[in-house]
Design a protein around this ligand. Structure first.
Ligand SMILES: Cc1cc2nc3c(=O)[nH]c(=O)nc-3n(C[C@H](O)[C@H](O)[C@H](O)COP(=O)(O)OP(=O)(O)OC[C@H]3O[C@@H](n4cnc5c(N)ncnc54)[C@H](O)[C@@H]3O)c2cc1C
Length: 426
């Protein structure tokens, strides 16, 4: 222990992908120091493997297999204290965060609170659409689908049955197309379970853009579109949602207003920063979606005691003209770099390592068997993998990422979930 070394508190808000990795890296980097306290806070007692919630909502694998108890994850980490608490306020002047259970003083704060759905001011969507971002959202959607089938079985009115069995996804970005693909496999299975004819059902994916996954090249969108159409999804592009009610999805397309009778509209049309970050954005320098502007060492541009990582950050890498993507690869790399710089700063070193993210594309599952991978080394080469290898690659990468985070004893469970989970209608 260094003589006269004053206790330093590092508080991390959010135990998602980035918060967990940051806490683990900080613990490793500060293992030689004694007066360091790393406090990780999340409003949930468990971590959610968000990238799998579409599978959990549609009966593929056991839902509980995509959550990990956070006390257990940090059971062997003596320098990391996990608190289940919802932070409602950050006092940047006092360097304190306030939760419903405790107040936490910090020397360095890491903001890693992630995102929430963005309704773009459409009140009726906020009130009537089902959100799709958390584990609870996935369970709620699964229960809602079951309820729709139960009501459809009891109904003698075919129009009512069709409304109950029309499942609309708003948004054809990464999460929207993944959910649409899963629904296209799940709904026919549910029809068999409830002995209802499949012609009563529809799965619709709708977006204001001209093509699905518009952030990827045209040819990738075309493949995505044809896989989803083959699975039976109706793709409606260049359609702007104007209203969501309990019984319909209303949109404008080509100057016409169209209403789809539907009891299920899932909102997957965009994200904005979580409420606590939204609040922080009123004090800290921020951009679109309440993302907080970072310096290149990932300190918040307007407060050197705050680091911002994962979905919450707004950082435009050198030579680029858009901010880092709100995806897992960015969470992994930003959390490690921020931890390294904090570990330096608390020992009076410069903490000036520069964030140079290296992205390798993305992998999208479309149902249990198909997918798209557009992967490689950014700015050097990118290739599109065929559908089945793409799906397998996505699962292998999940195992590769999760095993070191949650420990080797979890490896068999993780691999079992990724490769052996069957879809059931229980
Ligand atoms: C269905 C779906 C599929 C996806 N698929 C992919 C994919 O295939 N590939 C990919 O790269 N990305 C994918 N993403 C995006 C990816 O999940 C996010 O980029 C990633 O989760 C962001 O990590 P994060 O740590 O910044 O935030 P999160 O993982 O969202 O974690 C934030 C944490 O903060 C906690 N929190 C929030 N507010 C508070 C508060 N006030 N107090 C305490 N705790 C709080 C939350 O409970 C949460 O645990 C997908 C997302 C979804 C929803």
């Amino acid at each position: 222990m260094r003589q006269g070394f004053k206790q330093k508190n590092i508080v991390i808000i959010g135990a998602g992908f980035s918060g967990i990795l940051c806490a683990q890296r900080l613990e490793k980097k500060t293992a030689h120091l004694k007066n360091i306290s790393i406090t990780l806070i999340d409003k949930k007692p468990y971590f959610t493997m968000r990238t799998e919630i579409h599978a959990a909502a549609t009966g593929r694998g056991e839902p509980e297999n995509i959550t990990y108890d956070l006390q257990e994850v940090f059971a062997d980490s003596p320098n990391v204290s996990f608190f289940c608490d919802e932070i409602s306020e950050i006092d940047f002047a006092e360097k304190t965060v306030k939760g419903s259970v405790n107040h936490y003083a910090y020397d360095y704060l890491v903001l890693a609170a992630g995102s929430k759905p963005n309704y773009f001011g459409l009140k009726s969507a906020e009130e009537n659409a089902l959100p799709f971002w958390t584990y609870d959202d996935a369970l709620a959607l699964k229960a809602h689908i079951q309820e729709c089938f139960e009501k459809a079985v009891d109904s003698r009115d075919e129009e009512e049955q069709k409304k109950l069995l029309t499942f609309c996804v708003v948004g054809a970005g990464l999460t929207g197309v993944e959910l649409a693909g899963e629904l296209a496999e799940y709904i026919p299975q549910m029809c068999r379970k409830y002995a209802l004819p499949q012609y009563l059902t529809r799965v619709v994916d709708l977006d204001a853009m001209a093509r699905p996954i518009p952030n990827l090249p045209n040819k990738v969108s075309t493949t995505c579109n044809s896989i989803l159409c083959e699975l039976g999804v109706e793709m409606i592009m260049e359609a702007k949602v104007s209203e969501v009610t309990k019984d319909a999805l209303v949109y404008e397309k080509g100057g016409k207003t169209v209403s789809i009778p539907s009891s299920t509209v899932v909102w997957s049309a965009g994200i904005t920063a979580e409420t606590i970050t939204e609040q922080a954005a009123k004090t800290l320098d921020s951009r679109k979606g309440n993302r907080i502007v970072n310096l290149e060492n990932l300190q918040a541009a307007s407060d050197p005691s705050v680091f911002v990582i994962g979905d919450n950050m707004y950082f435009v890498p050198k030579g680029k003209n858009s901010p880092v993507p709100q995806m897992v690869e960015n969470t992994e790399q930003s959390s490690v770099l921020a931890a390294d710089n904090i570990a330096e700063l608390i020992t009076d070193k410069p903490g000036k390592k520069v964030y140079k993210p290296a992205m390798h594309g993305c992998m999208i599952s479309l149902g249990a068997k198909k997918g798209i991978a557009y992967a490689g080394i950014e700015n050097l080469f990118m290739i599109q993998l065929p559908s089945i290898p793409a799906q397998l690659a996505k699962r292998a990468i999940n195992v590769y990422f999760l095993a070191p985070v949650f420990g080797l004893k979890k490896l068999p469970d993780i691999a079992k979930h990724e490769f052996l989970a069957q879809r059931t209608t229980d």
